[in-house]
Design a protein around this ligand. Structure first.
Ligand SMILES: C[S@@+](CC[C@H](N)C(=O)[O-])C[C@H]1O[C@@H](n2cnc3c(N)ncnc32)[C@H](O)[C@@H]1O
Length: 390
């Protein structure tokens, strides 16, 4: 069973209900969502107040939760929707007027009630956003031609969980009270992975997730915002703009998958500046470094072959990125994101902020040595970080 209650009054007094809000603070509340969660201490209701700039979450024991709903209906809230596995019940109850109930028979799958959903790494093929994005049918069948995309979404969610845990971002203790986890997806395209990551993190981390997808093509942004709205996904928005010019004051998780050429570097630079605790990039097109490559004598005879040159440029660029991230206090992991049979763009660099970040001089020297070995003097991330390579 899940419920959503729409507000009937303009403002919600945050201080009334949340230790995290300053007493008396007034915030516009658009909607209150309620879902069952199973905590260690027993079944609870999770209340999520959708405020203007953030969501606020509070878990209440079942009895207390029901009492709270009773108090809110007809006073603070004017309408409610209760979703059970068999039907939807629409209640309207404007203050001072009679309540009206409308019942609609709509079978809905039961909700996942586990609060600790970190191990739940399946993407439900029936999610409305997957259908709206043309990946699956409403019955949960993967659409023809979208099998690889669905596998990629799945694989991404699968690897995201352990990395989020390693970065210490899962669980309530990871954020200050009421502090949301902020996810930014740079160059998000149609948003397949943005939707997947947002929803997965919301289920996993036990606190509110606020997600921004950044995309230079406005028509994609418009469509993604439409799908997010229609799918009822709170805290997910898409903005039109370029990665380099996007201002992100604070970020918990930054992802940039298949952002072309130096767009990956721009994304990493934004993430570092915004204090990202976890960054995930899957680079594509390595045009900046390729024309600079000077074959060291030992490689002269082999780098005449275009494909070796290409691969060497990819290796040098991504190795430099990994080292440069280490200079900024990140631990890096480099691995294959998805089997190369599905896509050639399959390398992933994950960077996790160390608990006690320190400037790593050895990493800087290694990056400068590597660049010098291949005659590379310019690399966008090094430039953004002010680390000279020549
Ligand atoms: C290959 S698609 C990848 C989309 C998505 N990240 C994924 O992996 O499914 C790259 C996207 O990045 C966008 N893009 C490229 N350069 C960008 C920039 N500098 N700022 C914002 N978006 C950019 C493109 O318009 C495109 O939609």
């Amino acid at each position: 069973m899940a419920a959503a209650i729409a507000t009937g009054r303009e403002h919600w007094n945050v201080g009334e209900d949340f230790a995290g809000g300053s007493p008396g603070e007034q915030a516009a509340c658009r909607r209150l969502r309620i879902r069952p969660v199973q905590l260690r201490s027993g079944p609870h209701w999770q209340f999520v107040w959708e405020l203007e700039r953030q969501d606020l979450t509070k878990n209440l024991p079942v009895e207390e939760g029901l009492t709270r709903v009773g108090e809110l209906l007809g006073s603070s809230f004017a309408s409610a929707l209760l979703i059970t596995t068999e039907q939807k019940l629409h209640l309207t109850h404007p203050p001072g007027r009679l309540a009206r109930l409308r019942v609609e028979r709509v079978p809905t799958p039961p909700p996942v009630v586990s609060h600790d959903r970190a191990k739940h790494r399946e993407v439900d093929a029936r999610r409305p956003w997957l259908t709206a994005l043309g990946v699956t049918t409403p019955e949960g069948e993967v659409c023809k031609g979208m099998e690889a995309k669905f596998r990629q979404i799945h694989r991404f969610v699968e690897l995201l969980g352990p990395l989020v845990e390693s970065a210490g971002l899962a669980g309530k203790e990871s954020g200050e009270a009421g502090e949301p986890l902020r996810l930014v997806d740079m160059g998000c395209g149609k948003g397949y992975l943005t939707f997947a990551a947002h929803e997965y993190l919301q289920a996993m981390v036990g606190r509110t997730v606020q997600t921004q997808g950044v995309e230079v093509r406005p028509e994609l942004v418009k469509h993604s915002n439409y799908v997010a709205r229609e799918s009822g996904l709170a805290g997910l928005e898409f903005i039109a703009g370029t990665i380099a010019e996007t201002s992100v004051p604070r970020v918990s998780v930054l992802m940039a998958l298949h952002a072309c050429n130096t767009a990956t570097d721009e994304a990493l630079a934004v993430g570092i500046a915004a204090g990202a605790e976890l960054m995930l990039v899957s680079p594509c097109c390595h045009q900046e470094v390729r024309p600079q490559l000077k074959a060291p004598p030992v490689l002269e005879r082999v780098l005449v072959h275009g494909i070796f040159r290409e691969r060497q440029a990819e290796f040098v660029t991504d190795a430099l990125r990994a080292l440069l991230l280490e200079t900024q206090g990140y631990e890096t992991r480099v691995f294959e994101f998805i089997s190369p049979e599905h896509t050639a763009k399959n390398l992933m660099i994950a960077a996790i902020k160390r608990r006690t970040p320190a400037n790593d001089d050895e990493a800087r020297l290694a990056a400068q040595g590597l660049a010098a070995f291949y005659g590379v003097t310019q690399q966008r991330l090094a430039e953004r970080l002010g680390i000279p390579l020549d």
